[in-house]
Design a protein. Structure first.
Lengths: 107, 107, 107
């Protein structure tokens, strides 16, 4: 399949919307769904910590996934943000085409 | 693994619930989790657009995934909806069996 | 890739937080994002049922994924809970390292 999903977690709504919009503007992603805030529990420097964060699901081409991950990381407020690429086995061909045409270099 | 997850994004709660229920009734999916509304940012005809949409995660068998994607698309209000199949590497065997028995032809 | 995502659905917030925290404490997962409650529609013993449930996304190493699935199932209030492993094709190397160092045996 020519597209992938990218799951990323942001510090708050503002960061998710700012970086989300920039990824679409800069053609790193065709679309992003910014979900409602989530409650996170994680291990950091030996302690169990909690935080409210904002998860989002990006849609991009397989060819642009690596650049999307790196660009989100460069803009993100964390040093080591969660930005993971989930493979897509199947999608509607017209949808996949739209994602690929909306990302990468302008054709 | 014999099952997959299918991520789909709907125009609103009503559409997500209507199509979600139909997919379970018609045995295209064993279950659907309709998440809270999300804020979407996307590129459409050269413009950056925003919309509130409703994401959902369906659970179905590998054999019925293609039919589920096509059936959702046929009922969806968009011409090119986001309906993507995510592979599952592992699940509890009893859960996978339940998903497969709840989808496809009645045995 | 050395890490995976694990999507699990819990009966309510309390169960999601209790089991979620335990998985991080016991090093079965590095982190969990507990999403807002979702509306579920599913087939059970021939009937279409609905329920409010709580979905969560865990992050763990490939090596610990099977143990995480089994441990969640052992603690879960359902006999056959949805706990599915989603493959990750790419992540920031530093992030993947953190996930692996936060799971499995203490090094």
């Amino acid at each position: 399949m020519t597209i992938v999903s990218v799951y990323a977690v942001f510090a708050d709504d503002e960061e998710a919307a700012r970086i989300g919009r920039k990824m679409v503007e800069e053609r790193f992603a065709a679309c992003v769904n910014i979900l409602d805030p989530c409650a996170s529990i994680y291990r950091w420097e030996g302690q169990i910590e909690t935080a409210n964060e904002v998860p989002a699901v990006f849609k991009t081409g397989k060819e642009t996934a690596a650049a999307l991950v790196d660009r989100i990381a460069a803009l993100h407020s964390y040093d080591t943000p969660c930005v993971v690429v989930w493979p897509v086995n199947r999608a509607l061909p017209a949808y996949a085409n739209w994602v690929c045409q909306s990302t990468g270099k302008e054709t």
